[in-house]
Design a protein around this ligand. Structure first.
Ligand code: UTP
Length: 298
């Protein structure tokens, strides 16, 4: 760790993306376009704005396109120069950002918790951000939530801080759901958790606060992941390890996303289509024309 700063993010991108078949048969879902960029580029740009400088991707079969995307492509740059397309070089500026990328493999796809655990040897003994590679926070990833979470983690000496978003009751079955220690106070968007439960039924859900794809963890989470048995869907659930952390007395905080910073999950077709449309409509160049086109269709 460099001088007490939290500047490492683990980005799991090893999932098979079966809900997006056939789109994801031979391409990673994290590389799907949303407007002009692949999803995972938004994730990196969001985290970089929040102070993350080192990215550890947890990859798996068929994910090399992600590694290629963050490499510096000298030949492409030269060919753009030679063919007089220098104005396009700005589209590759992200390649030259002062960030470090590392890759490790999840050797079997045993769930998100297992993917994070696969990073343990590379992470070592430092706190880190975990960010799902298939979710963007805020339109065009303009979210500062991870910065807020890192600051709360350090200020309150927490063991974990998790981002949450309010979802409709009928949707709690898709997410990890928070059990806040007290009913969350409308004036404060930070709360302590007394529990967390993976994909509850609407009747058993302790709240309508759903995990929103961003976490800050102390390395203690690894020992809880190692002790976590496969849960829902036969997968090692990150939520179950967090529940163990809470039960062992760990201080786990939730931070609610502000209403202006929604989570765009591209893991299923419904939310992927909505994300693409919303980002395309917000495009400076083509958005206004697209809006008219869509209005005409409706
Ligand atoms: P999902 O929970 O959407 O799982 O992953 P999935 O396996 O990719 O998709 P489906 O359910 O088959 O459609 C959330 C994030 O966690 C990563 C994914 O790559 C995605 O970015 N993940 C998931 C892993 O890295 N490994 C896993 O075993 C599961």
């Amino acid at each position: 760790m460099s001088d007490g700063k939290i500047n490492l993010a683990v980005v799991p991108v090893a999932g098979r993306g079966t809900r997006l078949l056939p789109l994801t048969k031979s391409q990673p879902k994290e590389m799907l376009p949303v407007g002009r960029k692949p999803v995972v580029q938004y994730v990196v740009e969001e985290l970089a704005r929040c102070g993350v400088e080192r990215f550890l991707f947890v990859t798996g079969p068929g994910k090399t396109a992600i590694e290629n995307h963050f490499d510096i492509d000298v030949e492409l740059v030269e060919s753009l120069r030679e063919s007089g397309k220098e104005e396009l070089l700005k589209e590759l500026a992200f390649e030259r950002a002062d960030l470090d990328y590392f890759y490790t493999r999840q050797r079997r796809q045993l769930g998100l918790g297992h993917a994070v655990l696969s990073a343990s040897a590379a992470v070592g003994n430092e706190p880190f951000v975990a960010a799902l590679g298939d979710s963007i926070i805020g339109l065009h990833a303009q979210s500062r939530i991870v910065r807020r979470m890192i600051d709360e983690f350090q200020r309150q000496r927490a063991d974990a801080v998790i981002a949450f978003e309010i979802v409709p009751r009928e949707d709690v079955v898709h997410y990890g759901i928070a059990q806040p220690e007290r009913p969350p106070d409308a004036a404060s968007d930070v709360f302590r958790l007394s529990g967390i439960i993976e994909k509850p039924s609407p009747a058993e859900a302790p709240s309508d606060l759903a995990v929103a794809a961003r976490y800050v963890f102390s390395p203690a989470v690894f020992e809880h992941l190692r002790a976590t048995e496969p849960g829902k869907g036969g997968e090692i659930q990150l939520t179950d390890a967090v529940q163990r952390l809470i039960q062992s007395g760990g201080k786990v905080l939730g931070v609610r996303l502000p209403p202006s910073e929604r989570r765009f999950d591209i893991g299923n077709f419904g939310s992927y289509f909505r994300a693409f449309l919303e980002f395309a409509l917000a495009d400076d160049e083509y958005g206004p024309e697209l809006r008219q086109f869509v209005q005409g269709l409706l």
